[in-house]
Design a protein around this ligand. Structure first.
Ligand SMILES: [Zn+2]
Length: 242
């Protein structure tokens, strides 16, 4: 619902969900993730308009990732920040793929929540002040590095290679994961992005000039850092700390 409504500038709280074709209200029992889509046979109850298979697929993806977060988290702090991060990253990725934008409410929301809740973010340090500092530094590194890359991109490619939405997303990632999370996000995002870009090019699905949204790849990198923090901290030569 957030993926559909937010880019269209509509409220997520009201009104109730309606069918986009017949505008019939969707009752709560027809709005149960995955199950409703199945027992309605992928069609609106009123007008029989087909409901995109994307809805249950996104719901299944979210459920699978939340389940992974449950099993991968090492303590309650890790779990809470994992759930926040997962929800925001999935929504951002799909909206970026569809609309080529990252709404501020999600990127700046992640930044705000990351900084405000940072004293509870045990992955960022041993005590409240240290965690708050690591969160602000991480946000700064995310914002600064992405801003520099965006500026270089504009000079070199003469067009928007990295959007303002990516800059704010990396600031949010840094606020939750610290500056090492920004590094992982950059590194894995670039590797994954290049592989997919070359793959699409190889299958002649895309011209070299075509824009590939970077947000989903940065998001995947950030998520991997959340999932295996000790692995990536060791990778970046950091024993403990963010
Ligand atoms: Zn309908």
């Amino acid at each position: 619902m957030c993926i559909h409504r937010v880019p269209r500038g509509r409220s997520v709280a009201v009104p109730r969900s309606r069918c986009p074709r017949c505008h019939g209200e969707i009752s709560w029992y027809d709005n149960i993730p995955v199950l409703s889509w199945c027992w309605l046979g992928g069609k609106c109850r009123h007008c029989k308009e087909k409901i995109s298979v994307r809805y249950p697929l996104v719901e299944l993806l979210m459920a699978a990732l939340f389940l992974s977060v449950h099993f991968l988290s090492s303590d309650s702090s890790h779990l809470v920040f994992g759930l926040i991060l997962t929800f925001v990253l999935v929504v951002i990725s799909i909206v970026d793929l569809d609309w080529r934008i990252i709404p501020d409410i999600f990127s700046l929301g992640l930044l705000g929540v990351g900084i405000v809740l940072s004293p509870m973010n045990e992955g960022l340090g041993d005590n409240g002040p240290a965690r708050a500092l690591a969160s602000v530094v991480g946000a700064g590194v995310g914002f600064g590095s992405a801003w520099i890359m965006a500026t270089i991109g504009r000079r070199v490619f003469k067009r928007e290679a990295l959007g303002g939405g990516d800059v704010k997303l990396l600031a949010g990632v840094g606020a939750i994961l610290g500056w090492s999370g920004v590094l992982t996000s950059w590194f894995l995002g670039s590797v994954l992005g290049s592989v997919v870009f070359i793959g699409l090019k190889f299958r002649r699905k895309m011209d070299w000039g075509t824009y590939l949204p970077f947000g989903p790849f940065l998001a995947a990198g950030a998520w991997a850092h959340w999932a295996w923090p000790s692995f990536f901290l060791k990778w970046w030569g950091l024993a403990g700390g963010p």
